[in-house]
Write a protein that binds this ligand. Sequence first.
Ligand code: PDD
Length: 293
Amino acid sequence: MARIAYVDGRYLPLRAATVPVEDRGFQFADGIYEVVKRIGGRLIDADRHLARLRRSLAALRIDLPVSDAALHRIVKQTIARNALADALVYLQVSRGTAPRNHPFPADTRPSLVVTVRRLKLPTEAERQKGCAVITHPDERWARCDIKSTGLLANVLAKQAAQEAGCREAWLVASGPAGDVITEGSSTNAWIVDEHGVLRTHPATQRILGGVTRSVVLEQARELGIPLAERAFSPAELARAREAFLTSATSLVLPVTSVDGRPVANGMPGDTTRRLMDRYAAHCGLPAEPPVRG
Ligand code: PDD
């Protein structure tokens, strides 16, 4: 079945769905996006995603061109027209179309695009074995908290990871006390450090505050896991007991190798597995099977 996209008031076959050449999203990456998953007929954490969409828009002073209620209707319709039960919903808002000129145009209506695709979650084998990441310089701009469509540095980092046969690139930035891992190119980065403390970069302007990250932080607190929103260094990563990444599509996924070296014994750790199960339950997914001996 042909995929259907929503573009500024019209539902079109994806191949016929286009935006004008002078759309500022195309010209300047002057726009933002959100990615929400739907499992078992339920949009997971829709409120948090909508809140982040609103924060990103406010940071760029772009108005959402439709009401919240209309946006919900559009998302529902796009899902229905694609006849998908489990789906990944992509929303993009740009400042709109205007003759190319850097300052904000006057009276331009922002454009809204919604697309839907099949949801592809990590396989059981990926979850059981964990994934490999590389470290890579963080070459992004200074407002990574905005979910901007300007993703060139993320694209280059992900490409480097793929060329190294890895799932993700963990980005290394220099901080006041030396190098730190900020996050992945499209995921948040976590370790259980050598003292057993769960660590992830604080939600500053240097990372995207992941919706999955916010849920997992709450769940870790509920489980009584020692926790610090404090950046970790590449050296601390090398000494970590466990590592994992989070995102809407990766869920909680163990990281068992960094730059070709195993994390601890190279197997997903206990804290990671507890959080995988807890987050899976939050999404209405089954828990992990026990570790194979
Ligand atoms: N990526 N950090 C970055 C840079 C991201 O792009 C994402 C999401 C995350 C995790 O956020 P969340 O838990 O809300 O998915 C962290 C989306 C999925 C994407 O670009 O496709």
